[in-house]
Design a protein around this ligand. Structure first.
Ligand code: NPW
Ligand code: ADP
Ligand code: K
Length: 501
């Protein structure tokens, strides 16, 4: 699904009206109905008092239609029109007349003293500003937003938390508990700098014209289940371990052998036929005991890697987890990347070694995958002031070295020289030791099976997060551990392959 800018969304909106020959009011109704359906599913208790804030633009118009729908189905709703301007859009003005005609209780707020007391409401719906926001919020709209945020009430935002800019940093906006956004994903909803404003995000279709969306060029998109489903290879009847790829995981040091165990197990569970772990001597018996399916090659040194040599021919390599930064290990890493030509994933200490020796970055074959968390990324590309700058710098870095950067986070970003992908699977359950090692293993396993680096990065990140989504009801997110990701990879495959009508 393409991520578009507010300008593009406005064009799709206008094109939908034109191409489908529908009045703009009809599109507003569709949007409000989509919001209403999701809202009533989440909040079925009709007795809970709901206050709807509506601005004077089309976001406010949506809010008013939502008020009408809720009122009609018996919800206890009141409307607060935040009159930050006298210029109502036509569709908003029409719906003000409709709520009057339908006797829905409403008030207009132009100054602070007119803002109603919020303590009597259970839920707030925010329809003050949407994609039309063009400047910092000030005046009465800012005061209302401040009150909403101070109320501590659950706030469900229509389309966008009011005040959130779609294309630049935001310093003040509604703190939404949930945003129900219309059909087109907006990048700002997925950026960590905006976490105070955007908690849960739900995308609802509103029947925008498909060709109008297709016409808009974008180098940003969401990774979706259907994309991953389409790229998964069939498992042939005559498959054998030799046809399913051989993954090699290189890493570990005394006290950090667990990381290679996790990565190797994850690689095998991702479906490759063979997995070998290359570890210092201290890791051999640990690996062979904890994970008998793996083969092990040991470094001549006991405690850390000093020289990476083997006679096997792996189809893909994952290097760096738990490896440490000792000078001999750095040397071994350098010699290895100079001669390795198998597709490669670099994580953890592999990334830290690269940030200490940036000139080595140009030795990496094109499409090598780096999987930094934000701290590791900053060591590679330097600090950033805000997310948009971070993304710009990451794209420049990916272009310069022709790499794929998997920037891990609540929403992991997959950055290639040409495109930015946003992954939405995963929960805070994944904020647990070793979860990144598992991701490295999964991506290595997928690469070994012959997926392209971009496919492996996308599907690896998607599968990894999906395990947490699927187990949310049975493994409490607090007690979920990295091995649970591995144990549920098969389930994630089932989910992706499931036919959906
Ligand atoms: N996507 C779709 O296809 C569909 C979209 N729909 C809905 O339309 C919403 C977009 O509506 P919208 O364009 O009327 O803008 P909205 O956000 O209501 O703002 C209103 C006006 O406020 C102004 N303004 C801006 N910043 C300001 C500020 N800081 N302080 C004060 N004023 C400020 C600015 O006007 P200006 O003053 O710049 O002339 C702006 O036009 C969208 O989010 C969705 O809910 C659905 O109905 C149908 C399908
Ligand atoms: N709140 C969250 N929501 C979704 N995914 C998360 C969240 N926190 C962490 N993750 C995921 O968990 C993994 C953590 O990786 P990393 O920080 O390298 O952990 P470790 O070093 O312990 O292995 C990443 O894939 C990241 O995207
Ligand atoms: K809003």
């Amino acid at each position: 699904m393409k991520i578009l800018t507010s300008e593009q969304i406005r064009r799709v909106d206008a094109e939908t009206i034109k191409r489908e020959g529908i009045p703009s009011l009809e599109l507003m109704k569709r949007a409000a109905k989509a919001f209403y359906d999701r809202f009533t599913e989440r909040f079925p208790d009709k007795n809970s008092p709901v206050l709807i804030f509506a601005g004077v633009g089309n976001n406010g118009g949506d809010g008013l239609v939502v008020a009408r729908l809720l009122n009609k189905s018996g919800y206890n709703v009141k409307v607060c029109i935040v009159e930050y301007s006298d210029h109502y859009t036509e569709d908003c003005a029409h719906n003000v007349r409709r709520i009057k005609a339908e006797n829905i209780s409403y008030m207009k707020v132009r100054e602070e003293k007119e803002i109603p007391e919020l303590s009597g409401y259970d839920l707030l719906i925010d329809g003050i500003f949407g994609t039309g926001l063009s400047r910092e919020v000030s005046g009465i709209a800012a005061t209302v937003i401040q009150r909403i945020n101070e109320s501590g009430k659950p706030v469900i935002s229509i389309d966008v938390p009011s005040g959130l800019f779609l294309d630049r940093p935001t310093s003040f906006a509604v703190h939404a508990t949930e945003t129900i956004t219309f059909e087109i994903p907006k990048l700002a909803l997925y950026l960590p700098d905006n976490q105070a404003y955007t908690d849960k995000v739900t995308i609802v279709p509103i029947g925008l014209n498909k060709e109008a969306i297709a016409q808009e060029a974008s180098n940003m998109s969401l990774v979706e289940r259907c994309n991953i489903r389409a790229l998964l290879k069939p498992l042939h009847k005559f498959a054998h371990k030799g046809t399913q790829g051989h993954g090699l995981l290189i890493g570990g040091s005394l006290g950090k052998i667990g990381s290679v165990c996790l990565a190797s197990r994850a690689a095998l569970r991702s479906g490759c036929g063979l997995v070998t772990a290359f570890v210092p001597g201290c890791g051999t018996s640990v690996l062979q005991t904890a994970f008998p399916e793996a083969m092990v090659i040991e470094d001549r040194n006991g405690t850390h890697i000093t020289s990476i040599g083997y006679t096997i021919r792996p189809d893909a390599v994952g290097i760096g987890v738990g490896m440490g930064l000792l000078p001999e290990t750095q040397e071994a890493f350098y010699r290895f990347i100079q001669q390795n030509r198998a597709p490669m994933v670099i994580d953890a200490d592999g990334l830290n070694i690269l940030s200490k020796n940036r000139e080595w970055l140009s030795l990496l074959p094109p499409d090598t995958i780096l999987t930094p968390h934000p701290k590791e990324l900053s060591r590679l590309i330097g600090e950033w002031r805000e997310d948009y700058e971070k993304i710009e710098k990451t794209i420049a870095f990916a272009k310069k070295y022709r790499l794929i950067v998997v920037l891990k986070g609540a929403y992991t970003l997959i950055v290639t020289p040409e495109h930015l992908y946003v992954n939405r699977t995963g929960t805070p359950a994944l904020a647990t030791a070793g979860s990144g090692d598992v991701l490295t293993g999964i991506i290595t396993g997928l690469l070994a099976q012959g997926y392209s680096p971009l496919e492996a990065a996308q599907s690896g990140v998607f599968l990894h997060g999906l395990t947490a989504d699927l187990t949310a009801a049975e493994i409490h997110p607090r007690s979920f551990i990295a091995s649970d990701i591995i144990d549920n990879l098969g389930r994630a495959y089932f989910e992706i392959e499931k036919r959906i009508r």
